[in-house]
Design a protein around this ligand. Structure first.
Ligand SMILES: *Cc1c(COP(=O)(O)O)cnc(C)c1O
Length: 472
């Protein structure tokens, strides 16, 4: 065989079969395992070797993967991982990654089937939330990138073509989001050259939803000051508490004021698949742009974010370039314009669409919607358990799948105590919740995003927490 391929494929084939069996075994039997194990320094050091100059047998590398990587992974595939907002992955998603790797497709552009599949998946995303079938979009690394693409598209729409050659300078563009918006929205304003000060963080109400009167007020004040309001980013599922902004209200305000209506639905957009929750997302279908993740509640393996833009021309206006070596042809392999590279910052792009397509089609939208409901039911079970325990206190409403609570006695400094208890729980390998701050108080935060988490898992987490608290 030429190049880097082996003369005899049988060794690699056998190794591949063993890898597949081992990884399926691991997915099938996680429950008895610790959720997270800190990586020992010896394992860290052992990985730090200089660039290998000679060859190594892949079987040896696989052995190292099993000994030094697998035991010290974060554990988000485990049913008792509840930290941050992490998806749990699936077997079919893993297999799709293998197929995509084998095909080694580059979805920057040109005429090939993988690009058609990405268009199909983006169309399904639009259909999921009720945006028009003519919407455009891309699969990207995650919602951070999807939100940035939306901000850049809105910026170009507001400022016209010259913003791409001259920069934003002096236009006074300002945008709005709720105070509980994700940190990637201010960062998008930073990276778009608008500056984080140009994002007004509007106060939220007692349910952690953006205050519409305060939003209207902020827009009025900025216009009076000679500034140029251009977009509002509503959130469907805030990262701290799972609050869903009044999206229909924001849509109406944006229509009245001529503002771009963006929705950050990183995990919450998936709740559109639940008939029970869908009404609370009303207005999402009116979004000019939507950012969300397939790698969170849709359980697609990392990474798989998605941006959907109602007006495809607006997205192309913000990103398309004309470069001689990328010339589009009327036929041949260089046909099939517009290319994905016209719709975002990446030129070379992997085949994320395959794992998204296989996951959505394997389970179907109805089953995924029921899974969303099941996660929310587990969160309600946890909230009820917290309310029933005299030493625990619920710190925020539980509108979706996130529960913020704390141990409310046992130490003068409860912020410190709860922070320590979360680290204790994680290091004991019992469960991995994370923390946040709600109304100035340190909260233990459990986000039920993993499809494997059942009520018994959150009970084990609470039992472990109470025992660790008693021991302190
Ligand atoms: C996770 C999250 C993001 C960021 O998404 P990534 O995929 O991690 O880049 C943005 N907004 C919200 C509400 C999130 O939960």
């Amino acid at each position: 065989m030429a190049g880097l391929d082996p003369d005899d494929w049988s060794g690699l084939r056998a190794l591949g079969h063993r890898m597949l069996d081992d990884m399926i075994d691991r997915l099938a039997a996680q429950d008895g395992q610790k959720v997270w194990t800190p990586m020992p320094d010896t394992a860290r050091q052992a990985l730090r070797r200089p660039l290998p100059r000679g060859p190594t047998d892949p079987a040896e590398l696989y052995d190292e993967f099993r000994r030094r990587i697998v035991p010290y992974a974060l554990g988000n595939t485990h049913p008792r991982f509840m930290g941050w907002v992490h998806g749990g992955g699936t077997g079919i998603g893993m297999l799709a990654e293998l197929l995509a790797g084998g095909l080694d497709a580059n979805l920057g552009g040109r005429d090939h089937a993988p690009i058609e599949l990405e268009r199909v998946v983006v169309g399904w995303a639009a259909e999921m939330v009720g945006m028009p079938a003519s919407s455009s979009g891309l699969l990207v690394t995650g919602s951070s990138m999807a939100n940035l693409i939306a901000v850049l598209t809105a910026r170009r729409r507001a400022a016209g073509p010259a913003v791409r050659s001259d920069g934003v300078g002096g236009r006074g563009l300002v945008g709005y989001a709720g105070a509980s918006a994700h940190g990637c929205i201010p960062r998008a304003f930073d990276m778009a050259g608008l500056g984080t000060e140009a994002l007004r963080l509007v106060p939220v109400d007692g349910d952690h939803r953006i205050s519409l009167p305060a939003l209207a007020d902020a827009v009025r004040r900025d216009r009076a000051a000679g500034l140029a309001p251009f977009m509002v980013a509503g959130t469907a599922g805030t990262v701290d508490t799972g609050a869903i902004d009044d999206l229909a209200g924001i849509a109406g305000l944006c229509a009245d004021e001529g503002l771009w209506f963006h929705v950050d639905g990183a995990f919450g957009a998936l709740a559109a698949l639940s008939p029970a929750i869908r009404p609370r997302l009303a207005g999402i279908e009116r979004a000019d742009s939507l950012a969300f993740d397939f790698h969170k509640w849709a359980q697609v393996p990392y990474d798989a974010g998605c941006v959907v833009v109602r007006d495809g021309q607006a997205q192309a206006d913000a990103f398309a370039q004309t470069l001689a070596y990328l010339s589009r042809e009327d036929r041949g392999a260089a046909g099939n314009a517009p290319w994905p590279c016209d719709l975002g910052p990446d030129l070379s792009r992997g085949f994320r669409a395959l794992k998204v397509w296989m996951t959505l089609a394997t389970y179907g939208a109805d089953r995924l919607g029921r899974m969303v409901d099941e996660c929310c039911a587990v969160a309600r079970h946890l909230a009820a358990r917290v309310e029933a325990e005299p030493s625990l206190e619920l710190l925020a409403p539980v509108p979706l799948n996130i529960v913020c609570f704390r141990v409310a006695s046992g130490h003068a400094d409860l912020d410190w105590l709860n922070g320590e208890l979360v680290k204790d729980l994680q290091e004991a390998g019992i469960a991995v919740p994370s923390t946040t701050v709600i109304g100035g108080r340190r909260a233990i935060r459990a986000a039920i995003v993993n499809h494997r988490t059942v009520p018994a898992d959150v009970d084990l987490m609470v039992d472990g927490l109470l025992e660790l608290a008693a021991r302190r």
